[in-house]
Write a protein that binds this ligand. Structure first.
Ligand code: ARG
Length: 717
């Protein structure tokens, strides 16, 4: 009986897991997924989605700024991504007088589109399996290192050498492209990834933060949601449609593929798929690794609670400070809330015990035959030993990184040093110094001295209260255990050159080495000394963990070889398919699969910055000026949820219907499944999306930028 139950449970698990779990690799869709996708309603072929020669959907999906996803919605390079992905750029372009973050912005002509220095958009040209080539090159390289005694380091060296050779060869055949060798499945599989990186990207428009970030930190990571989380940019190219640095002579990029937009909306259980660039997951980590990770999250949460409280007080006291700190605060708080949710979900869903159970079953399977024993038998204990070797150092390092390294002048010192050494290789030292000063001045745009003094005191205090006395800072001229941080910080800010734009300018002509008496430099050096000391045991354990993880992952793949499999997210393009789906967050409660503008009005609270509703939107709502964007019930749909398997980095990803048309943008995950980076939860895990009809309603009726719709291909059925 027990056995039958176990088989039934395993079957149920694999069936429900197959329906929605998975961040699939595009070149393997044909082999692994297309049949299941079609069974769910997909009307596309694998080559409609991904092909190397000729255009396919993948040509419309881009890596936006390295950390998000965007998609082309016109042949003229217009792209849409999340508001929170454009946030840093929009903030950077804003001033208290032209506050695009607060007030929103729409370019009414191409000339009004604003270049964003430093922003890139990356197109995927191709990805091809390089595992055999890498293995061969690696085996050859490893022969040359026979006399070395550290097999882990040696393996790494050989791997890098093999990768370099392969990369150089492919790069020759693909001029104008970047070539990377990327590892999957913990070094068991390698792919050559060829991309094109466009560097002239211009801001086209966004709603005001009251809509783009409606619900603020309170609603972040939560459903039901009403955030209009989108912004638009345009990719520019040279006359030959190739990447080029910004130039007024550049022209809009001519897209190989632009997504069609479908305005007919989604119903519960409709097929959806999401393509994008998920950043990191930990689905192949062991319970020991996960425990260590939770410990690190705990430290980060504790430090950020302190720092964010100080930031928030400053932001609430002055709109100029709010603008300066908006992006920093949002990204700090996003991680802070995520990790707390993850800690809660770990407990509630029993993640660690479930992982231990899986490892026990794996070990039993390995034990069944001698060949498996030889290949995988040591893996778990290697990882365990490696984690043990790193654990204290990581806890110490996190304590340092989340406190002392966040002190502004310490950051300026490191920017100065970095910019100097980057420039120094080509230029003379005066030029390098100019560049370094420039870089610090740019960073100081978002710097408020009185607020940073408070943060500095709070962070030093945090480090004293939370670090082990063995790793207290040395070389500050006083005993860290007893020094008066307020007096120290006052003096540092008064005497250091790294504390105001005026004083930074006095660094012109200086090299980082000329500033060794500067108190901020001294603090940065005291921190760096501890940092490198703590990195040593971490580095030492890495090869052992890498070897164990490689074997463990290979073992898991062999154990489950009859099921389709996908590797951990690693910022390469993936596809996840599933359905629009409501869920039950707790006993007695069912969450619908969508929200509407009515909910925005219900949540409105003029006294709360996070829940303000612009008068213009209320007017449109009261007078039902909804144009072509209302649903069958006469409401404006705002957000919906699917069971697609996404994570950070997928933000901005296109949510596509069965025909591959754009119906929404993925922008968040939900509170009940915050452990999703580690384990997929079929019943609870949802992908939160903004409905494309809400997006276009805001562009058109609210923003008055309806002209942009002329570039798009819009279908209504
Ligand atoms: N939770 C979202 C993600 O990680 C980011 C949302 C940003 N919004 C915010 N209120 N901080 O993709």
């Amino acid at each position: 009986m027990k056995k039958i139950l176990a088989i039934a449970a395993a079957l149920a698990l694999s069936l429900s897991a197959m329906a929605d779990e998975g961040m699939w690799m595009l070149p393997l869709l044909q082999k692994m997924n297309i049949k299941a996708m079609k069974d769910l309603g997909c009307q596309l072929s694998a080559s409609d989605i991904y092909k190397i020669n000729g255009s396919s959907l993948k040509d419309a999906v881009v890596h936006f700024g390295g950390g998000c996803t965007g998609e082309l919605i016109s042949k003229e390079g217009l792209l849409v991504t999340n508001h929170h992905c454009g946030y840093g750029s929009i903030q950077m372009l804003s001033t208290p007088k032209a506050n695009y973050l607060e007030d929103g912005f729409w370019a009414m002509t191409r000339e009004q589109e604003i270049p964003v220095p430093g922003l890139t958009v990356t197109f995927l040209e191709s990805m091809t399996d390089a595992t055999p080539a890498m293995t061969k090159a690696y085996e050859k390289a490893i022969k040359d290192y026979k006399n070395s005694d550290n097999i882990g380091e040696l393996a790494e060296k050989a791997r890098q050498e093999a990768a370099k050779q392969l990369r150089d060869k492919i790069a020759q055949d693909n001029p104008g492209c970047e070539v990377d060798i990327v590892n999957f499945y913990n070094q068991n599989v390698a792919y050559i990834i060829v991309t094109k990186v466009y560097k002239d990207v211009r801001f086209v428009g966004a709603p005001p933060a009251s809509l783009g970030k409606f619900g603020g930190e309170t609603d972040n990571w939560m459903w039901p949601r009403h955030t209009c989380d989108f912004s638009m940019f345009r990719v520019y190219a040279d006359k030959k449609n190739n990447p080029a640095e910004y130039s007024p002579l550049n022209v809009p990029y001519k897209a190989k593929t632009a997504l069609k937009i479908n305005l007919s909306g989604v119903s519960n259980r409709d097929f959806t798929m999401v393509m994008g660039y998920p950043g990191r997951t930990q689905r192949f980590q062991t319970a020991d690794q996960l425990e260590a990770m939770m410990e690190q999250y705990g430290i980060a949460v504790k430090a950020r609670t302190v720092r964010q409280a100080v930031m928030k007080e400053g932001m609430e006291s002055d709109p100029a400070i709010r603008l300066q700190y908006a992006s920093k605060y949002a990204s700090s708080s996003n991680g802070w809330k995520k990790w707390q949710g993850e800690q809660l979900a770990f407990k509630k869903l029993g993640i660690i015990p479930r992982e231990r159970q899986k490892e026990a079953e794996f070990t039993a399977w390995v034990g069944q035959d001698a060949r498996r024993q030889a290949k995988y038998g040591k893996a778990l204990s290697q990882i365990s030993e490696g984690v043990k070797g790193q654990r204290q150092a990581y806890a110490d390092l996190y304590t340092l990184v989340e406190s002392v390294s966040r002190i502004a002048p310490v950051g300026f010192v490191s920017t100065f040093g970095q910019a100097y050494s980057e420039a120094a290789s080509g230029a003379d030292s005066l030029k390098a110094s100019e560049k370094a000063v420039e870089a610090v001045l740019a960073q100081m745009k978002d710097y408020n001295e009185p607020l940073e003094k408070k943060i500095a005191v709070a962070m030093l205090q945090f480090y004293r209260d939370n670090a082990r006395p063995e790793v207290y800072l040395e070389g500050l001229g006083e005993d860290f255990a007893t020094m008066d941080f307020k007096a120290y910080v006052d003096k540092l800010f008064a005497e250091s050159a790294f504390t105001s734009p005026e004083k930074v300018k006095t660094l012109l002509g200086k090299r980082p080495g000329d500033c060794s008496d500067d108190p901020a430099m001294k603090l940065a050096e005291a921190m760096a000394a501890r940092w490198s000391e703590l990195s040593a045991p971490i580095r030492a354990s890495r090869p052992l963990i890498a070897e164990g993880s490689k074997a463990f992952t290979a073992g898991l793949m062999e154990w489950k070889k009859d099921e389709p499999s996908y590797p951990d997210a690693n910022s390469t393009m993936r596809l996840t398919y599933g359905q629009v789906m409501s869920y039950s967050p707790k006993d007695g409660v069912i969450y619908k699969h969508y929200t509407t503008l009515k909910g925005v009005m219900e949540k409105e609270d003029p006294s709360n910055y996070e829940f303000r509703v612009p008068a213009l939107l209320k007017g449109l709502y009261d007078n039902k000026i909804f144009g072509q964007y209302a649903d069958a019930d006469g409401n404006i749909p705002t957000c919906f949820i699917t069971n697609n398997d996404i994570t950070g980095g997928n933000s901005g990803s296109p949510v596509l219907n069965a025909k591959g048309e754009l119906v929404g943008l993925a922008f968040d995950g939900n509170w009940e499944s915050m452990s999703s980076d580690v384990m997929f939860e079929p019943d609870l895990q949802r992908c939160i999306c903004v409905d494309i009809r809400y997006v276009l309603f805001i562009v058109d009726k609210f923003g008055g930028a309806g002209h942009l719709l002329n570039e798009m291909t819009i279908v209504k059925k």
